[in-house]
Design a protein around this ligand. Structure first.
Ligand code: IPM
Ligand code: MG
Length: 355
């Protein structure tokens, strides 16, 4: 089992170090190989996704990824910015299926900005298509406007597009996932305005015929954003495109009050996967030893389950995380009165001990 370790920037290095400790404490044999990515790779090699990092990622069974990005790279040309590393990995490895669970842990119900009764027991899975849509659609660029409201003015444009097979495969992923949960899929679109999402809705409806045991409904993205804060528990699996999924998954993660707790997985059709916390590089707290490593540790658990076929080890890690929460240990992001504040390293070590 070969795992590429790509810590990246900001708190990435600190949190990935704890997840690696957890992996090493299991009685399993892994080949772990580390490489720079993001701003760290730009500093060292002049590119956010150096060839050596990309080929390591391609040759691995799974990638454990920290986070990329820092304000200090905002002035660079777009192809050199840290974010291009994660976009490049998604594209070159074909990681089209992004799983973003939003789970409200029992002990953390009060960390949510919503009323506890709205989020207690919340367990939503957002499935975001990750290699298409306006993120990757061509053509895109800047030019002198040939027409429109201000012909001759400078303009910029991107292209939103989805093909039938791209929609079909992500719809299947969503229906399969729903079968293992509460058998409900909400497909989020903007079919009332956009051609792309009329096709989306049509194709999801067709694919649904193969999954009669799963309930499907359709929701416009604006309404979905509203329903997520109004009555989040009525969702089970949400499936949507790249752009809407980016936005809704941030919204959903915050319902749980603890973005520092949420893992994510991005898979291709060979079950090769990239595993990363749902949160970013948090440069404001980098190097202070206070970041919450649990999202990354839980991402390692997802990795064992989805890409490395080690479900028991995944269960053990998840149980260990619940145990340290029950012991009252909290990093500052999830700390409340009556609990014990710990740093990144203490939290990682507590998980190892619980294991
Ligand atoms: C995410 C992030 C990325 C995205 C950025 C860093 C390119 O926001 O994974 O949600 O927009 O997909
Ligand atoms: Mg995002």
């Amino acid at each position: 089992m070969k795992i590429a370790i790509l810590p990246g920037d900001g708190i990435g290095t600190e949190i990935v170090a704890e997840a690696v400790k957890v992996l090493k404490s299991l009685d399993l044999k892994f080949e772990l190989e580390e490489a720079p990515v993001g701003g760290a790779a730009y500093d060292a090699h002049g590119h956010p996704l150096p060839d050596a990092t990309l080929s390591l990622a391609k040759s691995a069974d799974a990638i454990l990824f920290g986070a990329v990005g820092d304000w200090k790279y905002d002035q660079l040309d777009r192809p050199l910015r840290p974010e291009q590393a994660i976009l490049g990995l998604r594209k070159h490895l074909g990681l089209f299926a992004n799983f973003r669970p939003a789970i409200c842990y029992e002990q953390l119900t009060h960390a949510s900005s919503l009323k506890p009764e709205l989020v207690a027991g919340l367990d939503i899975l957002i499935i975001r298509e990750l290699t298409g849509d306006i993120y990757f659609g061509q053509p895109r660029g800047r030019r002198v406007a040939p027409d429109g409201h201000f012909p001759g003015a400078e303009e910029a444009f991107d292209t939103m597009r989805y093909s039938r097979p791209e929609i079909e495969r992500i719809a299947r992923v969503a229906f399969e996932a729903a079968r293992k949960r509460h058998k409900r899929v909400t497909s989020v679109d903007k079919a009332n305005v956009l051609e792309t999402f009329q096709l989306w809705k049509d194709v999801v409806t067709e694919v649904h015929k193969d999954y009669p045991d799963v309930q499907l409904d359709h929701m416009y993205v604006d309404n979905a954003a509203m329903q997520l804060v109004k009555e989040p528990k009525k969702f089970d699996v949400i499936v949507t495109g790249n752009m809407f999924g980016d936005i809704l998954s941030d919204e959903a993660s915050m319902l749980t009050g603890s973005i520092g707790m949420l893992p994510s997985a991005s898979l291709n059709d060979k079950k090769q996967g990239l595993y990363e916390p749902s949160h970013g590089s948090a440069p404001d707290i980098a190097g202070k030893g206070v970041a919450n490593p649990l999202a990354t540790i839980l991402s390692a658990a997802m990795m064992l389950r989805f890409s490395l076929n080690q479900p028991e080890a995944a269960d053990r890690i998840e149980t260990a995380v619940k145990k340290v929460l029950a012991q009252g240990l909290r990093t500052p992001d999830i700390h409340s009165d009556g609990t014990t504040k710990v740093g990144t390293r203490e939290m990682g070590e507590a998980v190892v001990n619980a294991l």
